[in-house]
Structures are given as structure tokens and as C-alpha cells.
Ligand binder design. Structure first.
Ligand code: G6P
Length: 608
């Protein structure tokens, strides 16, 4: 959601910025713009639509000479997607250019005041107030002006700014929206996310909240919100550069689906030591785990769905009551905080605005927060008391696959360890679970090798308008994710239902030929779900069943059956999600859609 790339150095800035923005395309956007300083003037070009429109408009940057510039991909919040609303935004004199990720929450009040003072606004964005405010406070010292603006705005921001009378300088600042600074022999970079600059450098500084930076050819200077100089340490990014490229796959999503065995291995094996699970990295005391009376899992989107599975597994194994909340609901529902409880925030990006706000809400009530996060150094990771990192590597496709799978694995490990400490499983049972956990990556590899079967089936459902997913228990949690995957990238309306709930409403929508995907992998619930399959069949549904080989009798009832291997019932979701991810992928592909960048969606939702 929105991307920032900026460069100052000895090379032409525009091609570097356009390339950087293209590597952030996966985050979701609807327009793009760039401003380049040629030493005399700040030139600006903006275009609605894909980045290639801007690329063509600037002849791949050749029409915008200069060694210093800032660029932006915008995901509309205030004001529709349009050339005018795209960033950068400039003041009336064209002496200050700003790009902004985030939301200025008090912009309406600020705008009114500026308009009363005679400022003329051209866009509908919240960002434009920043350009006018900077002009108002500017007296030749950019840092002082930025500082004053930061003291007056409410909300979140990562900013890239250029001032006409400071050629060869880029200024940047952040609060609650990620921003990094990179450096190499040719120059210096700002970016909202690592992939934008990974091709140029691994040497980066993570900006913290309410920090300002000034980049010039000679130096990088950091300041706090009071304008005092501060020292920061550079860190080395150890991402594999190829991890952020397609590596021969048609789409990032397909690549990431195939990376799941490795991602799960990387997440679980370093934590398995001497036939035991070692989670000492979390710093949770055994006594604390024994005392736990409640766990609250909070997340958005697929991470929430991983949390729904987490509830079944944690309650089942560790016998701790678990509630699962959507972060956007939790933060406003005045939740009850009790002693001896644990809040678990789940987030791939670690930057989701609602999840971050929920975390802060919990911390404000002295809640202990453990986060399950994929991006090292992200805001959620930094603000949590403990972090369980999922080692999925960079995930580029908007529709998450490998990060979700690693979140499931994280919940399995937490549940097993908590169960062991709380003595709610025997040593034998723990060993059996551990063996099953170790086997998951291999079993997923087996499922991936059968992808043609799913493609064949998906190709028959390209024109369908509605699909229902149903299951019970963990199969229901899975259905939620299978349904979301499909609708995210295929734009087919689909709903996931707890199978027993279907007859309380949705069954009235089932008619001749309606596709129902029935997930029935839980032995104890199998016969119950089978009854629900009969119910929808009677109303004319075409049923694709998903079960294990021991339940081949499903073929007597369902129209098409896919099998997944056996594993512990608690871990079934890790296997049954694979065909559902592939199904969504092939339906989207068959419909000719942009699989990796579905319309209106953003990879990381950094605004409320
Ligand atoms: C967006 C993405 C989803 C993701 C959700 C939560 O909606 O499109 O795929 O599940 O955000 O993101 P997070 O980074 O917090 O896991």
C-alpha cells in the first residue's frame, strides 16, 4: 500500500527511482509519480494507472535528468485515483515537493486553516497540507520546518521531501509508516520497503518513529523530532536477492506456493533441538505459561484466519481459552484485560495499521504481547514484548501463501510447547506431534506435485459466479482462508461457512450447479460434514470434496474428490490449504487476471 523510493548520488535519479517503485508494485497502488531535481528546478510527472504509464511518459526516466529525486506509488485514501491526486505534491511556488505514505488524520482542520490563510489546494489529498505547511514554517532550515510540521500533524507518515533551495539534498521523516535509508558507493536511497533498494545495497538504516533524516552527496544526518542530531547504526540486510524475484515462475504467487516447504522448514527446524521445541528466544517464563488463563489472538485478513486455526490448536492441546479478534474490531470494542493473559498479534508485514493499533491498545493496558511476524524490524515486531519470527522470506504476491503457512506452523509450535509445559499432553503424544510436524514440508511437496489435477478442475470453474466453502472445526478455519484466496485474486464471490451453519441461511442460495467446496479432514467431524454435503447435493450443488485417503467413501457423495495425506488432525490445515491456494491461483490465471496484483488490494495495509 503506497510505496516510496528516492535517490541522491552520482547516477541519473529517475531510472533508479522508477526501478525502485517497480519493485514495490506488489504492495498495491493506483497511480504513480516522480519529482527530480536538475539543480535548478524540480520537475514532476504523475500518471494514473500502472507504473508503466509513468515509465513511458518519462521515457524510462530519460526525460527527467538530475541526480536527486523522489518517487511514489499511491493507493488512494483521500481523493480518487487521478493524476492530480497522485504524489508528489508541491506547494504553490513549486519550491517544495513531498511524497507521503500514511494518513494525516487532522488534515481537514489543517486544510481549513491553510485555506483561510489563502492557500490554494489543487488535490483532494491529505498529503497536500504537508506541502503547504512546510512552506508556512520554512525559513531556510528544512529540518526545522519538518520538525514543526511533525509536531502539528496527527496520524501516520513516511515522507520524502525536496526543497528547491537545497539542491542535492533529500529529507525524510517517519511516524508509524515504515521508512529505510540505504547507502552504497554511488549514492543514498530512501525507501518504504527493502525490495526497492535491494539491488543497490544491503546497507540500511531503519528510521524509527519521529525521526528525520537529511541525505546529501557527502553525508547522512539523523535528527529527532526536536531537531537534535542523533546517531544511528546501519544494519546489513541478509535477504537473498533472488527471493524477491520470480525465478522462472509465471507469477510470484505460484513461486511462493512452491516455496512453502522451505519456508516451513526454515521456521520450524531451527527451533527443534534434541527432539524438543526450544522457544527460549521468546523469553516467556515457564511459570508464566503455566499461569495463563486466556490468550487473545488479534490479526487481519489471512493472518486472522491463521489465528482461527491457532485457537483450535491452542485450546485443544494446551487447554487455554482463546479468543480470536479482527484487529479492526478489537481496537474499538473495549476488551476486558485480565492478569495472566497473553495477546498474540499475527502479521506478515508487521506494519498493518489495525494490528499495530491493537497491539498498542493491549500494551496500554499492560497486556503482554507476543507477535508472530515475518518482517524483521517491522513496527509490530519492534513494539512487541516477544517475537516469533516466521522465516518465510520476502512475500511479494498480494495474496499471502507461504507467510500464512508459516503462521500455522508457529501456532503448532506454540501450542505444543505450552501443552508440554502445562502438562496437558503426555511425552508420547508430544513426540507424535513433533514427528508429524517434521513431516509436513515433505507432505506439502507431494501435494504440489499434483497441481495439474487442480488446474484441470479449476479450468471448469472459470465462469462461475458464486462458490461456497464449508467445513467444521479446523476445516472451517481452512475454508475461511480458501474462500478469501479465491475471492482476492479471481473476483468470484465466495463465502466460507461452518458446515453446520449452512442450513441457517446460505443453503437458500444453493441451486443447480452451485459449486460447494467441502473440506472434511477432521476424523471426529467427518460424518457430520458428510451430512451437510448430502444437504447441498439434494439442492443441486456440485460438490468438490477435500479429505484424506482414509475417507474414500466421500466419492459416493461428492462429485469430485481431492485427497491430502494423513497427519495429526491439528495440523491438517497445512495440507488442505495447498489445493485451495492452487485452485484460487489457477482460476485467476484462467480468467486472465493479474494474479500477483489484484485490483484494489494492497499487500500491506498501513492505513486504517
Ligand atoms: C492485507 C493483505 C492480506 C493480509 C492482510 C494482513 O489485506 O492483502 O493478504 O492477510 O493485509 O496483513 P499482515 O501483513 O498484517 O499479515
Amino acid at each position: 500500500m503506497c510505496g516510496i523510493a528516492g535517490y541522491i548520488g552520482t547516477k541519473s535519479a529517475a531510472p533508479i527511482i522508477l526501478d525502485g517503485l517497480s519493485r514495490l508494485e506488489y504492495r498495491g497502488y493506483d497511480s504513480a509519480g516522480i519529482a527530480v531535481f536538475d539543480g535548478e528546478k524540480i520537475h514532476m510527472k504523475k500518471a494514473m494507472g500502472r507504473l508503466r504509464v509513468l515509465d513511458e511518459l518519462t521515457r524510462h526516466g530519460a526525460d527527467m535528468p538530475g541526480f536527486c529525486g523522489i518517487g511514489h506509488t499511491r493507493w488512494a485514501t483521500h481523493g480518487c485515483p487521478s493524476d492530480t491526486n497522485a504524489h508528489p505534491h508541491m506547494n504553490e511556488e513549486n519550491t517544495i515537493a513531498v511524497v507521503h505514505n500514511g494518513i494525516i488524520e487532522n488534515y481537514a482542520r489543517l486544510k481549513k486553516r491553510l485555506e483561510q490563510k489563502g492557500c490554494h489546494f489543487v488535490s483532494e489529498t491529505d498529503t497536500e497540507v504537508l506541502a503547504h505547511m512546510l512552506t508556512e514554517y520554512y525559513n531556510g532550515d528544512p529540518v526545522a520546518a519538518i520538525e514543526k510540521v511533525m509536531h502539528r500533524v496527527e496520524g501516520s507518515y513516511a515522507l520524502g521531501i525536496m526543497f528547491l533551495d537545497h539542491p542535492h539534498h533529500i529529507y525524510a521523516a517517519r511516524k508509524d509508516s515504515p521508512l529505510i535509508v540505504g547507502t552504497n558507493d554511488s549514492g543514498k536511497f530512501i525507501a518504504s520497503d527493502v525490495p526497492a533498494i535491494l539491488h543497490h545495497t544491503r546497507n540500511v538504516y531503519y528510521m524509527e518513529n519521529e525521526e528525520i533524516v537529511c541525505l546529501s552527496n557527502e553525508h547522512i544526518r539523523f535528527f529527532n523530532i526536536d531537531g537534535e542530531a542523533i546517531a544511528k547504526e546501519a544494519v546489513t540486510i541478509d535477504w537473498d536477492i533472488h527471493a524477491a524475484e520470480k525465478g522462472g515462475y509465471e507469477h510470484f504467487m505460484l513461486k511462493e506456493i512452491h516455496e512453502q516447504p522451505k519456508a516451513i522448514r526454515d521456521t520450524i527446524f531451527p527451533r527443534i533441538k534434541k527432539d524438543d521445541i526450544d522457544l527460549s528466544e521468546l523469553g516467556l517464563e515457564e511459570a508464566e505459561i503455566r499461569r495463563l488463563k486466556k490468550i487473545s489472538i488479534i490479526a487481519c485478513g489471512s493472518a486472522f484466519h491463521a489465528g482461527v486455526t491457532g485457537k483450535y490448536v491452542l485450546e485443544g492441546l494446551a487447554r487455554i481459552p482463546v479468543e480470536v479478534d479482527l484487529a479492526s474490531e478489537y481496537r474499538y470494542r473495549d476488551p476486558i484485560y485480565e492478569r495472566d493473559s497473553l495477546v498474540i498479534i499475527v502479521s506478515q508485514s508487521g506494519e498493518t495499521a489495525d494490528s499495530l493499533a491493537a497491539l498498542r491498545e493491549a500494551k496500554a493496558h499492560n497486556g503482554k504481547v507476543l507477535s508472530i511476524v515475518n518482517v524483521v524490524g517491522s513496527s509490530i515486531a519492534r513494539e512487541s514484548d516477544a517475537v516469533f519470527y516466521t522465516w518465510a522470506g520476502p512475500e511479494i504476491a498480494v495474496a499471502t501463501t507461504k507467510a500464512y503457512s508459516c503462521q500455522l506452523a508457529a501456532f503448532y509450535m506454540l501450542a505444543m510447547k505450552f501443552a508440554q509445559i502445562r502438562r496437558t499432553v503426555t511425552a508420547e503424544r508430544f513426540d507424535a506431534l513433533l514427528n508429524a510436524l517434521r513431516l509436513l514440508p515433505e507432505q506439502i511437496e507431494g501435494l504440489l506435485s499434483q497441481k495439474e489435477k487442480i488446474q484441470f478442475f479449476a479450468n471448469h470453474y472459470l465462469a462461475t459466479e458464486h462458490i461456497f466453502f464449508m467445513g467444521r472445526g479446523i476445516d472451517y478455519a481452512l475454508s475461511l482462508e480458501g474462500s478469501l484466496k479465491l475471492k482476492e485474486i479471481s473476483y468470484i464471490h465466495s463465502e466460507a461457512y461452518a458446515a453446520g451453519e449452512l442450513k441457517h441461511g446460505t443453503i437458500s442460495l444453493v441451486e443447480d450447479g452451485t459449486l460447494v467446496v467441502a473440506v472434511a479432514t477432521q476424523d471426529a467431524l467427518y460424518s457430520k460434514t458428510m451430512s451437510n454435503i448430502v444437504e447441498v447435493k439434494t439442492r443441486g450443488a456440485f460438490v468438490m470434496g477435500l479429505t484424506t485417503l482414509r475417507h474414500q467413501d466421500m466419492e459416493n457423495c461428492a462429485d469430485y474428490v481431492l485427497y491430502v495425506p494423513e497427519t495429526e488432525n491439528y495440523f491438517m490445515g497445512s495440507l488442505s490449504i495447498i489445493p485451495l491456494q492452487l485452485f484460487a491461483y489457477y482460476v485467476s490465471l484462467g480468467r486472465g487476471l493479474d494474479v500477483d496484483k489484484p485490483r484494489n488490494l494492497a499487500k500491506s495495509v498501513t492505513v486504517e
